[in-house]
Design a protein around this ligand. Structure first.
Ligand code: 13P
Length: 246
């Protein structure tokens, strides 16, 4: 099955730089078989829509509002994102959770908003270093998933991808062991099975994210139960990211 390779640009690139990025990146992945998704700043949606529409590459947002519309200065709604041609949105990235003190209840609202307008969701979950040292990873993943996915219908799960991103691995150059990622993916499927069905648990796509680069990407993408990668820093270099996609 095709693997996902998702870029999280975070708050990087001007529109001009993004145009130059696509000039370099698109020819390199012309024949690439992966499912490539670029999660970019909202300021780039318009250009992404124009330049990617003739390709198989999709783009997404990095966050959305938990509200539908109205007096929420600075926020962008799921409908606005969808209307720009986006395929998906990241939800619950640990940087958003930390900076905006976002709870998993809020993340649940965001997921419901996204699914209501047919925007797919990449839900980010993961433990802190402290939680890992204290052997709380499984418990943390369970709570994050159960709150975030509360109230969803079974058939909505096909529009949700889970990204397992241990917080301590993000931007640190450190990664968990292959075994630890395999255990986390297995735990995630068990939690989905407990709350929905084992069929959904088998089918759900799980990504790994955290300090992925050109050298380690093939090891992490081949881990049992892992369906692709979520890439931060290394996605900003179009040549490196194209190699990761390939
Ligand atoms: P890095 O690849 O820079 O560790 O970032 C991962 C990430 O946060 C992707 O969402």
């Amino acid at each position: 099955m095709k693997k996902f390779v998702v870029a999280n640009f975070k708050m990087n690139t001007t529109l001009t730089e993004f145009g130059a990025y696509l000039d370099e990146f698109l020819p390199r992945v012309k024949d690439c078989k992966s499912n490539i998704i670029l999660c970019i700043p909202a300021t780039h949606f318009h250009v992404a829509n124009q330049r990617l529409s003739a390709t198989s590459i999709k783009f997404g947002a990095q966050n959305i509002s938990s509200e539908e519309s109205g007096a929420h200065t600075g926020e962008i709604s799921s409908l606005m994102v969808k209307d720009c041609g986006a395929f998906c949105t990241l939800v619950g990235h640990s940087e958003v959770r930390k900076k905006f003190k976002e709870s998993f209840e809020t993340i649940n609202q965001k997921i419901i908003r996204a699914l209501a307008v047919n925007l797919k969701v990449i839900l980010c979950i993961g433990e802190t270093k402290y939680e890992r040292i204290n052997k709380k990873t499984q418990q943390v993943l369970r709570r994050q998933l159960e709150v975030a996915l509360k109230g969803l219908y079974e058939n909505e799960l096909k529009n949700v991808i889970i990204a397992y991103e241990p917080i301590w691995a993000i931007g640190s150059g450190k990664t968990p062991s292959v075994k630890d990622v395999e255990i986390a993916a297995n735990d995630i499927r068990n939690i989905i099975a407990d709350n929905f069905t084992s069929r959904s648990a088998e089918k759900i796509n799980i990504l790994y994210g955290g300090s992925i680069n050109e050298n380690n990407c093939s090891v992490f993408s081949k881990i049992r139960g892992i369906n692709g990668l979520l890439v931060g820093g290394a996605c900003l270099n179009p040549k490196s990211f194209a190699n990761i996609c390939k």
